[in-house]
Design a protein around this ligand. Structure first.
Ligand SMILES: NC(=O)c1ccc[n+]([C@@H]2O[C@H](COP(=O)([O-])OP(=O)(O)OC[C@H]3O[C@@H](n4cnc5c(N)ncnc54)[C@H](OP(=O)(O)O)[C@@H]3O)[C@@H](O)[C@H]2O)c1
Length: 304
């Protein structure tokens, strides 16, 4: 399979690229930053420069490709959500997806599938109910971003391309993602849940994210929104207790919601909210999760 991959230099993209190359697929990375392309050891890997906004010579790479995976977007939690940063988070996703779909529209030989990033943030903060792909859009900035982002991706359906929208949960893995930020206080014996700790934490192991994307590339029946989360979400408090247990550290110092709001402003919603998201479609399709259990998942990535 020839796969065009944007955002392939990021946390999920690097792992996906490695997995696709292991599976003997040909990968063309679309990147703004060729210097960040590190998996240069394979003759099945190449890259094209794009600006993630406009059509350019890179669009030739789409011609005759079997699949497109679009993960590009300004990092969501790297900087405080000023108005300008919120605009970057929104525009980077909408424009990159629009450019990608524009390139697909122009290709004479179109890919069979577009697998596009989205997030469980689509559902907003949901306190108790179980959230499947049928749940309604929620409130808040991230829900609006996901709606606009998914809307751009879905335009590829009008050319007969199967579109899969990855409503991904909180991805846990080494060298990046949220765990890198959560672990330091635990190391110094001051770890604990954000806010009340009652909010749901829809975690997923990085390997199960890449596995789900590969599954979505191959399963011709999978389309539309797909929750990419572990089948066993836990509450924030339980997550912190498991993390503390794996690290042999206490997990009893909560960070009050007010402190998080002062530190992070509106971005604190990411920690203080959550959803009990369930991967209903992946389960129904028979997708096997390698790490359904949180303790086992954490043990693969916590090095003492
Ligand atoms: N990690 C998670 O827990 C999680 C959860 C839910 C959803 N997601 C979504 O999944 C996607 C991949 O996540 P990730 O954690 O791998 O992200 P990441 O590490 O931040 O990487 C995203 C990639 O997007 C490109 N990018 C960065 N800023 C950009 C901008 N302003 N405009 C256009 N492209 C830009 C970069 O590629 P180049 O520099 O090579 O162009 C970067 O490698 C993201 O869209 C994210 O929102 C992630």
């Amino acid at each position: 399979m020839k796969v065009i991959l944007s955002g392939g230099t990021g946390f999920i993209g690097r792992a996906l690229c490695k997995r696709l190359l292991q599976d003997q697929h040909e990968v063309v990375l679309l990147t703004r930053n060729p210097g960040a392309v590190t998996s240069s050891l394979s003759d099945k890997l190449s890259f094209r420069l794009w600006d993630a906004q406009t059509l350019g010579p890179w669009r030739e790479s789409i011609e005759g490709a079997d699949a497109v995976v679009n993960l590009a977007g300004e990092p969501v939690t790297a900087k405080r959500w000023t108005q300008a940063q919120k605009e970057r988070i929104m525009a980077s996703r909408v424009q990159a997806t629009r450019a990608m779909v524009g390139a697909i529209a122009k290709a004479d030989r179109k890919p069979l599938v577009l697998v596009n990033a989205s997030a469980v943030g689509y559902y907003g903060h949901v306190m108790e109910e179980t959230v499947t792909e049928e749940a309604a859009k929620g409130k808040g900035f991230l829900a609006d971003v996901c709606e606009a982002w998914e809307g751009e991706a879905r335009k590829a359906e009008s050319f007969g391309v199967r579109v899969v929208l990855l409503r991904t949960g909180v991805v846990l893995g080494e060298q990046g993602g949220v765990l890198e930020k959560i672990i330091p206080p635990f190391r110094y014996f001051v770890g604990g849940p954000a806010g009340s700790g009652k909010q749901w934490f829809p975690w997923i192991h990085l390997e199960d994210v890449t596995g789900s994307i590969v599954f979505a590339l191959h399963d011709r029946n999978l389309c539309g929104p797909v929750n990419v989360t572990s089948p066993n979400p836990v509450r924030m408090k339980a997550f912190c207790e498991q993390l503390g247990a794996v690290m042999h550290r206490p997990a009893w110092i909560p960070v009050p919601a007010m402190v998080l709001r002062i530190l992070y402003g509106e971005m604190a919603d990411v920690l203080l909210g959550g959803q009990r998201a369930i991967p209903q479609k992946l389960k129904a399709a028979g997708h096997p999760f390698r790490y359904p259990d949180l303790a086992a998942a954490l043990l693969t990535m916590i090095k003492e």
